[in-house]
Design a protein around this ligand. Structure first.
Ligand SMILES: [Zn+2]
Length: 154
């Protein structure tokens, strides 16, 4: 974030910058991640002009990094976003998110008799068997869920 577009939304000292969110989806994203309840300072830019993708949204979360579970959910919600971890105004790491191969915990199995739905300590695990359109398979009961089932959960 050393370029001109960074000037529109001011730099943060420590935290996470989620960039290239599809234009107009930033608020949905903030809600999805539960960020609105956490009282971390958020800087949100919507409909920011981008040379590469036309328009985009940016969310900066001050003093917080994202967990693997959150990154997986984000990859499902908006493949193509970039997530940068910022320390002392410097980019420490930057990743391009994509649909993960394995999805831990994020999704609920839609088979009511699946063991993950009635034994509390068992966390869900899905394998992505196709990315476009999305198809995932429960690792416990083999139930296959379609993209619309997945996206309605996140
Ligand atoms: Zn299942």
């Amino acid at each position: 974030m050393t370029d001109k577009k960074g000037m529109l939304v001011s730099k943060i000292k420590n935290g996470t910058v989620i960039d290239r969110i599809p234009a107009g989806k930033a608020l949905k994203f903030v809600e999805l991640m539960g960020l609105a309840n956490e009282k971390h300072t958020l800087t949100i830019g919507m409909f920011v002009k981008s040379h590469k993708i036309g328009m985009k949204d940016i969310v900066k979360v001050h003093d917080r990094t994202l967990t693997k579970k959150e990154l997986d959910a984000l990859g499902l919600f908006a493949p193509g976003v970039t997530v940068s971890t910022i320390e002392n105004y410097q980019v420490r790491s930057k990743v391009n998110l994509n649909v993960p191969d394995i999805i831990d915990e994020v999704l609920k199995c839609n088979n009511p008799t699946c063991v993950t739905n009635y034994r509390e300590p068992i966390k869900t695990k899905f394998k992505v068997i196709q990315k476009e359109p999305l198809l995932v398979r429960c690792q416990y009961c083999d139930r296959v869920m379609l993209e619309e089932n997945v996206l309605s959960q996140i």
